[in-house]
Design a protein around this ligand. Sequence first.
Ligand code: GDP
Ligand code: MG
Length: 199
Amino acid sequence: MYKVLVIGDIRVGKTSFVHRLVNNLFKDNYKCTLGVDFALKTIEMDDGQSVKLQLWDIAGSERATSMTRVYYKGASACILMFDLADRDSFNNCSKWKKDLDDKVFLSDDGPIPCLLLGNKVDLKEERVVSDQEIKAFQKEYNFIGSVLCSVKENTGLHEGMKFLTSTMVERCNQIQTANDHDIGFSIDSDEPKPSRLCC
Ligand code: GDP
Ligand code: MG
């Protein structure tokens, strides 16, 4: 079971995203998330592997509070979501990403894989954030990639989740392999090293 965070400003569509993924439903209005909501989702990968995720849907108003440290603890991956029709929600992604990278690390001290998700691509007329801006931002802030989606029309989310999940599993396997190698080496050299958890 991997813990995956869903973060971003309030009203960008985080709760709708989780409901779409888990129940395949879209409602026009959800109650404002208070604190954090949890949901479980199994992702079927192309190689037949199933990966279990615990999704943490975090209230978007909480970035400025110390609670995020508690919510982020032990996470293996993250979706940072913004609304393509809301410039502030895009501008605030830099603050979200910095907050995340300051507070959570994989066990090899690297940043957790994070996907940038631009939601509400169905609102074509209202869109204010361009593809070029997203690509430049994604590179500058070290995201694994960016995807445009519409939770409402059910486009882009599943591809994004598969990409994030496979990147996350690959990273965790790399860490595990390095740890196994460390342990093997220490047995040979008679110097036991502490084993570390994967993610
Ligand atoms: P949260 O605060 O980030 O959890 O956002 P919500 O999931 O509560 O969604 C905020 C509003 O955006 C709701 O009215 C949703 O119906 C709407 N919404 C979510 N996803 C989409 C989408 O893909 N397209 C459109 N047009 N509206 C969306
Ligand atoms: Mg919510």
